[in-house]
Design a binder for this molecule. Structure first.
Ligand SMILES: [Zn+2]
Length: 497
């Protein structure tokens, strides 16, 4: 961290020029955020950057500590990469000198790709082998990139890169990979294109002219317009990483939150939007994955090392805490808020408005909470408190059922410190069922609530969380069933003998 006194104070809206000389040693393994493998380079965090000055903390001078990521300011970045002529370079921004570094054939294919729904091969394996993939094989070439309104810039280069591209609404979706990764990566340009389309149509239009997925030793890491991923075990494994790293273009690249303090505002929001992309691309139902995620959240929250979501990432006590607090729990919380508290359409318009309102700005957690409440028109303070500020358990229970003279009283209990609205499924003796929805406000009066049914129909069972999609800590107390009469119990026991 460098501190610099200006000769004269800089007024708001004023400009000054700083000239910094610097050098950068390329690490072999850049803590999984950059790296080198043989002749392949994935380069990031490689130039001096301004700290963010915001109206909450002033200058944000917290050091990068590995696990907590970055908090970066927006700007326009021009950079040049000079390499031996055999290299192909992918980078944040738009290539400014294609006539100097690409062949006429490649430029023609790129022009075709941006209008193409399907993948166009820009550099093929035979061209790579014959040397025709490069305009010259002598000396070096300089690739010039320009990126507008970005919070970072990174690049990747290899003399072995194959290159694919397609287009979506004028945005170029690209993939760069070595022949050793062709089995999984031959489909990567389509994965990039699908991700851009999915997040653009559901949440916020992608504001940049291109996206590049690059293959290499780093798996995975995100930069504006550039996503780094390894080879991947198979197509769905690769898609999960590609769409995750590309999803980070929305959080925190477009919505510039403070990753250093609040990992959940980028990893968690991204994990949430990834769930739609993965189900859509794979044309599959991931409800079993969602169930396992809820189980993980309950397990981590009930462990002796439990910490709340609001914990800074560099202070997580265990790797399971990192997984749950930064990624899984915020995603589970948003999915639960969407389907069980608000309605999908209401949640989606609020989340879209948060993304739009805070695009290219620096939201704090309260800005997110406030926007969701303002657009949905709901007081959600109980939700943020329960699921973001504490590790409180949610444990809804049916304690007892009394039936007399046409009145059924179902005693419900909230045994944990977190609250949620209640879905109560009543099973009647005539084998019909009915789901009653009770608002979260029933818990204002305490931990017990009696629901009364005056339909006169005798009930055989009562159950909370009937579809099992709430992260309820103790499912065993969710159901009440009418006891068998003494006679039937005896005969059942007889049969068992
Ligand atoms: Zn991530």
């Amino acid at each position: 961290m460098m501190y610099l006194d200006l000769v004269r104070p800089l007024p708001p809206g004023g400009a000054t020029v700083l000239e910094l000389g610097y050098a950068f040693n390329v690490p072999e393994h850049g803590a999984d955020r950059m790296g080198r493998e043989g002749s392949l380079y994935e380069i990031a965090q490689w130039y001096p950057r301004m700290a963010v000055y915001d109206d909450v903390h002033g200058w944000n001078t917290e050091q990068y500590l590995g696990q907590g990521e970055f908090y970066l300011e927006y700007g326009d970045i021009d950079f040049e990469v000079t390499l031996p002529a055999g290299y192909i370079v992918a980078g944040t921004g738009v290539l400014q000198n294609p006539a100097e570094v690409l062949t006429p054939t490649q430029r023609e294919r790129l022009a075709r790709a941006i209008k193409s729904d399907s993948t166009v091969r820009i550099v093929t394996e035979p061209e790579l082998r014959s040397g025709s993939a490069r305009p010259t094989r002598q000396g070096s070439l300089t690739w010039r990139f320009r990126a507008t309104n970005v919070r970072d810039a990174a690049w990747a280069a290899s003399p072995e890169y194959l290159w694919d591209a397609s287009g979506w609404e004028g945005i170029l979706a690209q993939a760069y990979y070595r022949p050793s990764a062709i089995e999984t990566w031959k489909d990567a340009a389509r994965m990039s294109r699908y991700s851009i389309q999915e997040y653009s149509t559901r949440w916020f239009r992608y504001p940049y002219p291109q996206i590049s997925a690059v293959e290499g030793p780093v798996s995975g890491m995100e930069y504006p317009m550039l996503a780094m991923e390894a080879r991947g075990k198979d197509g769905s494994d690769l898609f999960a990483v590609v769409t995750h790293e590309i999803g980070h273009n929305w959080y925190p690249m477009i919505v510039g939150s403070d990753e250093r303090r609040y990992a959940w505002m980028d990893e968690g929001f991204n994990t949430f939007i990834n769930t739609f992309a993965e189900e859509g691309f794979g044309k599959r139902d991931d409800s079993e994955v969602r169930r396992q995620e809820r189980e993980l959240v309950v397990k981590v929250d009930q462990s002796p090392t439990a910490q709340p979501i609001m914990t800074p990432a560099n202070r997580y006590k265990t790797s399971n805490n990192l997984l749950s607090l930064a990624y899984v729990k915020p995603s589970v919380a948003l999915l639960t808020l969407r389907s069980k508290v608000l309605a999908p359409a209401v949640f989606d318009s609020a989340f879209r408005e948060y993304t739009r309102r805070w695009s290219f700005k620096h939201p704090q957690p309260a800005d997110f909470f406030r926007t969701m409440e303002a657009i949905s028109g709901r007081d959600l303070s109980w939700f943020w408190r329960g699921f973001f500020y504490t590790t409180a358990a949610l444990d809804q229970s049916v304690e007892s059922v009394k039936q007399a003279e046409g009145l059924t009283q179902v005693s419900l209990a909230n045994l944990g410190d977190a609250v949620m609205p209640v879905e109560l499924e009543l099973g009647f003796e005539d084998s019909t069922t009915e789901v009653v929805k009770l608002p979260v406000e029933i818990w204002y009066g305490g931990e017990r609530y009696v629901y009364e049914d005056r339909s006169g129909r005798p009930i055989a069972s009562a159950r909370v969380n009937p579809d099992g999609t709430l992260p309820d800590a103790i499912p065993a107390n969710d159901t009440w069933e009418r006891p068998h009469s003494a006679g039937t119990r005896a005969s059942a026991a007889d049969e068992r003998r």
